[in-house]
Design a protein around this ligand. Structure first.
Ligand code: GUN
Length: 293
């Protein structure tokens, strides 16, 4: 069994990006600039955004954090998005999700200029990804594909089962796994709440990508010997022994599943660090105008 080290892979890629940025700056080019909008004080979002700002520093990017209280009205947020769309110094930006329930996430996502949409959530980027055109790939699916690539996990012709059909992970990772190329060329099945025989479907899988947000959902009886298991779950569960009062749990019952696997990602230290590094790569591409002019 090989434990996929997302933390180490992410650190390597950040160093590669930092070297590229140093070269850009030495040539007199502009330092890539990522902006983030954070609404409210959700604990998870605070942590993610702080990690994104720190990663920007490590990559040599400029970063700007714009904060609003949770009671901000939708129009004020849309105006802030518009301002970032027009700001020539900002290469890419994100609006951290989830947003408070009185604000339409879809409306906000569609207000972002797709050329600065480094989250890859805008319908233009989603659509371009689904037909294999150059675009910003959303960060978690891109991070998963990079791990499969760097660990040479065979995907061609593999049965890949994706658990979960969210717009952020399940749907886009299914699209990437089925696309032509390496990694890709897999036969993909997407399972969700209404799926019958889910356990049997999982037992046929060469690769399971678990993205349901249900801690410990994937148990050893669902996994074939020699399978690869990618755990996207990051649910906070109470843990009195931690200073924070919680710990992260994945969707996979790691201890019992790992011995059966060819490759498996841990939580934390698997997909999580890769998500942030994929956002950094998108920001670099935005700064270089490598996808859209
Ligand atoms: N919330 C959870 N994941 C993400 C992400 O990748 N981007 C944004 N903007 N919000 C998120």
């Amino acid at each position: 069994m090989i434990k996929i080290d997302g933390k180490e892979t992410a650190a390597n890629i950040k160093a590669e990006i930092a070297a590229e940025v140093a070269g850009m700056v030495a040539r007199g080019e502009k330092r890539p600039h990522l902006a983030a909008i954070l609404v409210g004080h959700d604990g998870g979002s605070e942590t993610y955004v702080a990690s994104k700002v720190k990663a920007c520093e490590e990559c040599g990017f400029k970063s700007t954090l714009i904060r609003f209280e949770a009671d901000i009205d939708e129009q004020t947020l849309l105006d802030a998005v518009d301002q970032l769309n027009r700001d020539e110094d900002v290469d890419g930006f994100i609006v951290q999700l989830p947003l408070p329930p009185h604000i339409s996430e879809q409306k906000v996502i569609e207000a972002i200029d797709y050329r600065k949409d480094v989250d890859g959530f805008h319908p233009i980027n989603v659509g371009r990804q689904s037909i294999g055109l150059p675009c910003f790939h959303s960060a978690t699916p891109a991070g998963i594909m990079t791990l499969l690539e760097r660990y040479n996990v065979p995907t061609k012709g593999a049965n890949c089962v994706v658990l979960g059909r969210s717009n952020i992970v399940g749907k886009p990772v299914a699209t990437l796994m089925m696309q032509k190329g390496v990694p890709g060329d897999a036969t993909v099945t997407v399972c969700h709440r209404a799926t019958r025989n889910l356990k049997e479907i999982c037992r046929q899988a060469d690769i399971i990508i678990a993205a349901m947000g249900v801690p410990g959902f994937v148990t050893a009886d669902m996994v074939k010997e020699g399978a690869t298991v990618i755990d996207v779950g990051t649910t906070r569960v109470p843990d009195a022994t931690r200073k924070s009062g919680f710990r992260l749990r994945g969707d996979v019952e790691f201890d019992e599943v790992a011995p059966k696997c060819a490759y498996i990602t841990p939580v934390p230290g698997g997909v999580g660090p890769m998500t942030i590094v994929s956002l950094m790569r998108n920001t670099l591409l935005a700064g270089q105008k490598a996808i859209y002019k």
